[in-house]
Design a protein around this ligand. Structure first.
Ligand code: DC
Length: 219
């Protein structure tokens, strides 16, 4: 079992930006669990399924092979869908899909296996509470909804993904509510997590803070 760092928090809190940089500095493997739920959703849409239909979506489990490759590349059954999974249609449809318990169990099993092999930094919603309850380091990263929407808007525009700030703010609020209120493995801070509000911090400050936390916990 390697060292595990869990970073949970609401949508667009900058978890992946921070986790990626910290992973690089510490030499850990970064695992973006949100990308796995997005990839599963992409697959269901690609098959023409209704993402609110649990029976249909769950039946796809044996036909979905998701791989996270270095550099943030996401493959679904061998196809590179790195860009597709960031589109607004995925944001909308991932909410019902990630509430389906069999889908969660399927992906959680893979996430745990990845953490067995390597030192990992894993970000998501339920990592510290459910996926890796024994993680050496647990961080709950937050920022105000407006701040998160502003950051995500800027990021999307830079990536050429069409959107408006208002749309993103609405999506962030909607997903936070759904993620926190779902029955199985909802978004909530683990009791032993460290709360980190990044609203007024730069990326560099957050990265340094997370490294300081890891170094204080992992000798
Ligand atoms: O982190 P993200 O925005 O890329 O995640 C996409 C969706 O997946 C998010 O709306 C909630 C869900 N998710 C989840 O339920 N559990 C996780 N561990 C990670 C993401």
């Amino acid at each position: 079992m390697g060292i595990s760092v869990a970073i949970d928090g609401p949508a667009a809190a900058g978890k992946s930006t921070i986790a990626k940089k910290v992973a690089e500095i510490k030499g850990y493997t970064y695992i973006d669990t949100g990308a796995m739920y997005r990839a599963y959703t992409w697959h269901c849409l690609d098959r023409g399924l209704d993402c609110t239909n649990e029976e249909q979506c769950v039946a796809e489990i044996p036909h979905v092979n998701i791989e996270l490759k270095p550099g943030g590349v996401v493959l679904c059954n061998g196809k590179d869908i790195t860009r597709e999974i960031r589109m607004p249609i995925i944001n909308k449809n991932v909410t019902p899909v990630c509430q389906m318990k069999p889908v969660r169990l399927f992906l959680v099993d893979q996430q745990r296996k990845m953490a067995e092999k390597d030192n990992v930094i894993m970000d998501g919603r339920d990592i510290g509470t459910y996926v890796l309850p024994n993680a050496e380091v647990k961080i709950f990263q937050v920022a105000s909804p407006e701040c998160r929407a502003q950051r995500r808007y800027k990021e999307n525009i830079e990536k050429g993904i069409p959107c408006t700030y208002e749309e993103i703010l609405e999506d962030v609020n909607r997903r936070d509510k759904a993620d926190s209120e779902r029955a199985f493995a909802p978004l909530k801070p683990a009791e032993d997590s460290i709360h980190l509000d990044t609203s007024d911090m730069t990326i560099e400050e957050v990265v340094n803070k997370v490294i300081e936390i890891i170094d204080s916990k992992v000798k």
